[in-house]
Ligand binder design. Structure first.
Ligand SMILES: [Mg+2]
Length: 315
């Protein structure tokens, strides 16, 4: 396995593992260090089960493997079908948009109409599912930017939500361009390069730039896109392994699964699939499509990452 393939697989498995690790801690207060969870445990779902973050990334993957470049009509239909299959977890804003599409609102209008009702809403829903594009477009930054924006806008049109998704995928992109250097340097450079490419609101940029200096008590880790990005960047810059970064971030509680998912993708790119703890990979699972009987395990995410990477090599 090449180093690049190791890291592309690391993104997919890392994101799903992080989602599953955070699942039992979602909506809970932060845990003190002596009580940190560092194993896959049962929550609303059995231990090791991934949630909506990963399910929506699988919608995106299916759509992209069928139609490349990304077709937003096809993707919105897949998101809507997923929503109508009654997932156990779905973001409030995402649910409103997909319910509107399901009841007949045109997909291109629905997210704008819901956003107009709540102009301040800037959730992380378009970030958590964006990583399949970082795999598929690892050699195509222009397409990466365009498609990352497109997939986000289906449900989230606030500029912070879009910019958060762009920042996330460009951090992944720059990590993958920089495989040989020391990890501490690679992550800092990737964040710097990504934040030069994406025009962030000044307060958002400040949160990104100061992320490594935060204390756990500073981090709210809510579903607000700025909070999730801040937590993930904090976790990856203040640790030295996949395991350490993930344990640190999911124990912030609140939107723990999404923070775990984002941190898992970045850490997977940084450290590669073989540095994701075996004991977590072994219990990772989930059903997608919901109630289809099709179960996903680590091997399926590896296969998916290879298919996405091949799309990028051909495209
Ligand atoms: Mg979730």
């Amino acid at each position: 396995m090449s180093d690049l393939q190791d890291r592309l697989r690391g993104i997919a498995v890392g994101a799903a593992v992080g989602d599953a690790l955070g699942m039992p801690l979602e909506f809970h207060p932060p845990r003190p260090e002596y009580a940190w969870v560092n194993e896959m445990i049962e929550g609303p779902l059995p231990a090791g089960t991934f949630t909506d973050d990963t399910e929506m990334a699988l919608c995106l993957t299916e759509s992209l493997l069928l139609t490349s470049p990304l077709n937003s009509r096809d993707l919105s239909a897949r998101f809507t079908a997923w929503y109508q299959s009654h997932p156990s977890d779905v973001g409030i804003h995402t649910a409103k948009v997909l319910a509107a599409i399901a009841s007949g609102t045109d997909f291109a209008k629905a997210s704008h109409e819901i956003q107009a009702e709540e102009p301040e809403s800037a959730g992380n829903g378009g970030v958590m599912r964006a990583w399949p594009l970082a795999i598929a477009r690892h050699a195509h930054p222009g397409l990466l930017a365009a498609e990352t924006r497109l997939q986000c806008e289906i449900t989230h049109t606030h500029e912070d939500s879009i910019n958060g998704a762009l920042l996330f995928n460009f951090v992944l992109y720059h990590i993958l361009q920089n495989l040989s250097e020391a990890k501490e340097l690679v992550i800092r450079q990737a964040i710097l390069q990504a934040s030069e490419q994406v025009i962030l609101d000044p307060d958002f940029l400040l949160a990104v730039n100061l992320s490594a200096m935060r204390l756990p008590s500073d981090l709210k880790n809510s579903g607000w896109v700025r909070h999730s990005i801040e937590s993930a960047l904090w976790a990856v810059q203040t640790t030295h392994s996949f395991e350490e970064a993930l344990v640190k971030v999911v124990n912030l509680g609140n939107d723990a699964d999404t923070a775990g998912c984002i941190t898992g993708a970045i850490s997977g790119a940084l450290y590669g699939i073989n540095n994701i703890p075996q004991r977590w990979r072994q219990v990772l699972h989930g059903e997608y499509p919901i109630r289809s009987g099709k179960l996903w395990f680590e091997q399926d995410f590896i296969h998916m990452a290879d298919q996405l990477a091949e799309l990028g090599n051909n495209g």
